[in-house]
Ligand binder design. Structure first.
Ligand code: ADP
Length: 161
């Protein structure tokens, strides 16, 4: 059976930090499912279709990676997909507490599926989708922090091109 991990998140939008993490995870897992969340409480800048398309285009060179969406409980989705692990990224210490709570809750809901944390490359330690959007909306130069499609989509969204 292949080792599959699900990498859940908002991906609003996908950044080079996410890509770095996926490339690291591909050294460990045979397949990765990027699962874009339709989050009931979080307001997103891009629609689910836009977020998925940006993920697909940015990950086109990796046939082992697929892009999907899920609604509701992540662990139920993970179980349906027969995955071995949930993949999450850790940046600076600030991520730790929330990620720890989330992993513990998911373990309680589904003891069979482990959460695996990987650390990004140093270059991306301070990169988050929200900081990125904040910079982009004010016309800050975000080149080199995101895949090309995201660069253009962000600029278009904020009327900069
Ligand atoms: P969520 O809303 O679930 O936090 P995100 O898309 O913001 O969704 O993040 C998804 C996962 O990717 C999280 O585990 C987050 O810690 C991780 N992540 C986000 N940005 C980076 C980055 N620059 N480096 C490493 N991991 C990251």
């Amino acid at each position: 059976m292949p080792d599959i991990a699900v990498y859940p998140g908002s991906f609003d939008p996908i950044t080079n930090g996410h890509l770095d993490l996926i490339q690291r995870a591909l050294k460990i897992f045979d397949r990765i499912i990027v699962a874009v969340a339709t989050n009931a409480f979080k307001k997103s800048l891009f629609t689910i279709e836009e977020r998925m398309e940006m993920c697909r285009v940015s990950l086109a060179e990796f046939p082992q990676v697929s892009v999907d969406t899920f609604e509701g409980l992540l662990v139920k989705y993970a179980r349906r997909q027969n995955v071995r692990a949930i993949l999450r990224g850790l940046r600076a210490v600030t991520d730790f507490e929330y990620e720890f709570q989330l992993a513990m809750m998911n373990r309680r809901l589904e003891p069979e599926i482990e959460t695996v944390f990987l650390m990004t490359g140093l270059r991306w330690v301070f990169l988050s989708s929200s900081i990125l959007k904040e910079a982009a909306v004010h016309g800050g130069d975000i080149e080199g922090m995101v895949p090309e499609i995201v660069f253009h989509r962000l600029r278009a969204k904020f009327g900069l091109e």
